[in-house]
Ligand binder design. Sequence first.
Ligand SMILES: NC(=O)c1ccc[n+]([C@@H]2O[C@H](COP(=O)([O-])OP(=O)(O)OC[C@H]3O[C@@H](n4cnc5c(N)ncnc54)[C@H](O)[C@@H]3O)[C@@H](O)[C@H]2O)c1
Ligand SMILES: O=P(O)(O)OC[C@H]1O[C@H](O[C@H]2[C@H](O)[C@@H](O)[C@@H](O)O[C@@H]2CO)[C@H](O)[C@@H](O)[C@@H]1O
Ligand SMILES: [Mn+2]
Length: 443
Amino acid sequence: MKNKLSVVIAGGGSTYTPEIILMLLDNLDRLPLRKIKLYDNDEARQNKVAKACEILIKEKDPTIEYVATTDPEEAYTDVDFCLAHIRVGQLPMRELDEKIPLKYGCVGQETCGPGGIAYGMRSIGGVIENIDYMEKYSPHCWMLNYSNPASIVAEATRRLRPNSRVINICDMPIGMEHGIADIVGVSSRKDLDIRYYGLNHFGWYTSIKDQTGKELLPALIEHMKQYGFINGEEGMATENKDSWFETNLFAKHLVAVEPTTIPNTYLKYYLYPDYVVEHTDPNYTRANEVIDGRETEVFSACAEIEKNGHSKGTSLEIGIHAEFIVDLATALAFNTQERMLIIVENKGAIKNFPDDAMVEIPCIVGKDGYEPLAMGEIPTFQKGLMEQQVAVEKLVVEAWIEQSYQKLWQALTLSQTVPSATVAKQLLDDLMEANKQYWPELY
Ligand SMILES: NC(=O)c1ccc[n+]([C@@H]2O[C@H](COP(=O)([O-])OP(=O)(O)OC[C@H]3O[C@@H](n4cnc5c(N)ncnc54)[C@H](O)[C@@H]3O)[C@@H](O)[C@H]2O)c1
Ligand SMILES: O=P(O)(O)OC[C@H]1O[C@H](O[C@H]2[C@H](O)[C@@H](O)[C@@H](O)O[C@@H]2CO)[C@H](O)[C@@H](O)[C@@H]1O
Ligand SMILES: [Mn+2]
């Protein structure tokens, strides 16, 4: 029989916590658990989901021990996995990350461009703090970290905690592969054999094969030229016309620029920043949608469970976000040797790219960690874009470590989404003022 495991969810008050709990509870046969803990540094926020999570767990398996705490020692003692999804500054700071750049005519986005850089400067300290708790109280533990902006956070963990048991991940490829599976008529994304390379929120599929070995990429590219990641006329007619729909449809313009690979939809912020700015309401950005949408829905569903004392009829659902986490934890705990996309140090996997860049590539995951697969040489267009973006991410981490105003100005100047050093400086001064509670002081 498999050993039962103990997990802590760091950022317990996250809107994603209930769906992760549901996913964990749905997978106890392959990832058996003896303990689930929530940890957050904001007790009031964590309390919005904590009681509901307790009820969900007790309903499914009352033998699982449950704790919700703000005490790092209690949280991190005796844990095998830390599932980390913290947001330093929470959603009100995301709102500023999105709205400040728009004032200067630049992309206002959570992980891309100036907003991503500002968020990175906040996240680094919080993630390192959690790694240090983990290493102090449970040195054998693995942290599966999807705190954003994942590229900058991954570079920071490489620089500051190079030997820590941290694996940086993103659910974006999982989401895209679900969409691709629907479009090509395959029942599960796991029946697709893929090759992909890039940075986080900045990459390309170079091969997508079905179980017979048939290459689906050319047909998919033809589909995408018309519909992006939308499932043809049926998808156009039936899908919710929300901002993800727009982003998935917009992918047709990404394929127009680079018609031999399948792009990550986040590339729209780098390739069409002017379009994105023109089509964003500077007074109501994605943070407002999330606050009025997911956050309100999740917290009210949790309040309902707490009030009723049971979860019958709840609107809470397992999300794709959680699927990856269970697969990854299972691979590490039980040596499944599953192939998954993770963010790792390049070390030659992309042959014509720097060894010390944090890249998102397929890896084989087992009990000893991950082994990256060689992705070979990449073409000039992708390489040029990636080199520029990697330099931005490295400069942000250097700026954080050295408390360097100059390096952060350079990072902003180098971003494909910022038109000049002049605008970069205006942005920097505004973002620095807004983030003074969270960034290290810059000199
Ligand atoms: N990598 C991915 O693909 C992916 C996918 C979805 C979400 N995310 C990320 O997951 C995180 C959570 O997203 P959300 O929208 O649910 O955010 P949220 O604001 O709802 O929740 C984040 C929680 O983290 C807590 N927190 C902040 N700093 C902390 C610290 N130092 N220690 C412990 N807890 C801390 C906050 O108090 C908050 O309760 C974000 O970083 C988001 O960008 C990543
Ligand atoms: O704007 P949000 O907060 O809804 O989403 C931001 C996150 O977006 C990506 O995750 C997506 C996923 O790719 C998509 O398919 C769908 O299922 O929703 C997820 C999140 O809601 C991205 O990978 C994350 O890094 C972002 O935080
Ligand atoms: Mn992501």
